[in-house]
Design a protein around this ligand. Sequence first.
Ligand code: FES
Length: 117
Amino acid sequence: MPQVTFLPYDIRLEVPRGTSLLAAADEAAEMVPDDFFVGELCEGRHECGNCCVEVVAGAGNLSPATQGERRLLNDMRHGSAVRTACTARVLGDVTVRILAPVKHTPDRGDAQMQAHP
Ligand code: FES
C-alpha cells in the first residue's frame, strides 16, 4: 500500500490506493499529541481551502487536480505544489506539509474548528 507522510509531525501511515489525503489525515490525526491537523469546512466542495497541503515529495503519485480544485487554488494564489487534501487521491508514496493546522475532533464542523495558535 502507498505510504503517506505528514509534516511537520513526520507521521507515516499506509493507506489503500485511492484514499483521499483528507481521509489519510483523519487517520493520522489520531497519532498527533496536540490534536492539530488538516482542517476542512466545506466537505470537499472547493469552497474553504482549509485542507490545503504542500506536496513535498511524490506529487506524481496523487490523482490529477480537478477543475474545481484548480479554480480554488488559483483564487487562493497557491502555486502548483499545493493540493486540496479533500480532492487529491493517494496513488503512491507521497509526503505533504500541513499548511494551516486546525484542532481536530472526530465530529468536525464550524464549532469544532480552531486555528493553531
Ligand atoms: S474541504 Fe474545503 S476545499 Fe477541501
